[in-house]
Design a protein. Sequence first.
Length: 68
Amino acid sequence: MKTIEIDTYSDAEKIILAEQLWDSVSKENLTLSEEVKAELDSRLKNLEDKNTKLFSWKEVKEHLKNIR
C-alpha cells in the first residue's frame, strides 16, 4: 500500500481525501453481526419512543472538557 504524508495537505484536501476513501469502501461487503443489528434496532426504538436523552454538540464538547 502506498502511504502519503498527510501533514503536507491542507484541511480542505484532507476532507476530500477522507471522502474519497469513504466512497471507495464497498458497501456491499459490509456485514453487521446480529448483536450489532440488535443494538442498532434498540437505539432506533429508543429514539422513536423518545426514551433517550439527546445532547447538542456544544454539550458534548463541554462534557469532554470537564472529564479531562
